[in-house]
Design a binder for this molecule. Structure first.
Ligand code: SF4
Ligand code: SF4
Length: 240
């Protein structure tokens, strides 16, 4: 019986990875964001911006199958380069049973051995205050850097379906995973509430919504008209 994500066997993990493997968009979104990063790496694959967290069972599986990963070390990102988003992830209390990893970098990525956190980025499963998993919400720390968050219309239906299937399984199987995402969703609501803004949601019903963080009231929105942030606001020029 599976009691925690750390009971996931290599066969379970391989099936999860294989069922959650479609690209997020029809184009290579890394080519959209990387030109804005001074080192030319996609932001989510730059360890100074994003530190992947993985279940310990994933790490056990990776150790036996690939040389892609190692446990995150402080010197993976030299101190002057660490960003606010990277620091926030690195310093956050990790849910029990998880660890931080670092990979060989985007030039040496092995697509089949990406962690679940790579596959889900920039989304996480959004859970309402009355404990319903409604759809895909964005990792708000990456609003200004991740092109996808400003272009949610580019996310394919196939990716959305695979995301929902993977997290329906994980959230229904493991209470602590559900609780962790419920708490993360609460942090999302608190952040947007402090900014007096509504947050975008790709709902499991296939539509997009803007959600009021205090009342949790949802207003259906044209996915192409959802807010743009940071580098991707209209009128800002692309770096050469
Ligand atoms: S998911 Fe976002 S940060 Fe990652 S490569 Fe795509 S646009 Fe860049
Ligand atoms: S494993 Fe691949 S997708 Fe994941 S962080 Fe590394 S380069 Fe990016």
């Amino acid at each position: 019986m599976l009691r925690s994500p750390n009971d996931l066997t290599p066969a379970h993990l391989r099936a999860l990875f294989d069922g959650f493997n479609s690209p997020i968009a029809k184009l290579d979104c890394g080519k959209k964001c990387a030109p804005h990063n001074p080192n030319g790496k996609p932001f989510c694959c730059d360890i100074c911006h994003a530190v992947p967290a993985a279940f310990k069972s994933e790490w056990t599986y990776f150790q036996a199958t690939t040389d892609l990963w190692h446990p995150y070390r402080a010197d993976d990102c030299p101190a002057p380069r660490v960003t606010e988003a990277g620091r926030a992830v690195r310093d956050a209390d990790l849910p029990s049973g998880m660890l931080l990893l670092a990979c060989l970098g985007p030039d040496r990525c092995q697509r089949d051995f990406r962690a679940l956190s790579c596959r889900a980025f920039p989304f996480f499963p959004y859970v309402t205050s009355d404990y319903r998993f409604l759809g895909l919400a964005c990792e708000w720390e990456f609003e200004s850097t991740c092109w996808v968050i400003s272009n949610l219309h580019a996310v394919t239906d196939e990716y959305r379906a695979e995301f929902l299937r993977a997290f329906d399984h994980l959230l229904a199987t493991f209470d602590d995973v559900f609780e962790n995402y419920a708490a993360h969703s609460e942090r999302l609501r608190a952040d947007y509430s402090s900014r007096r803004k509504r947050f975008p949601l790709l709902h499991r019903n296939g539509h997009a919504y803007l959600v009021s963080p205090r009342s949790e009231r949802m207003q259906r929105a044209d996915v192409a008209s959802l807010p743009k942030f940071g580098f991707y606001k209209p009128g800002l020029r692309r770096p050469r």
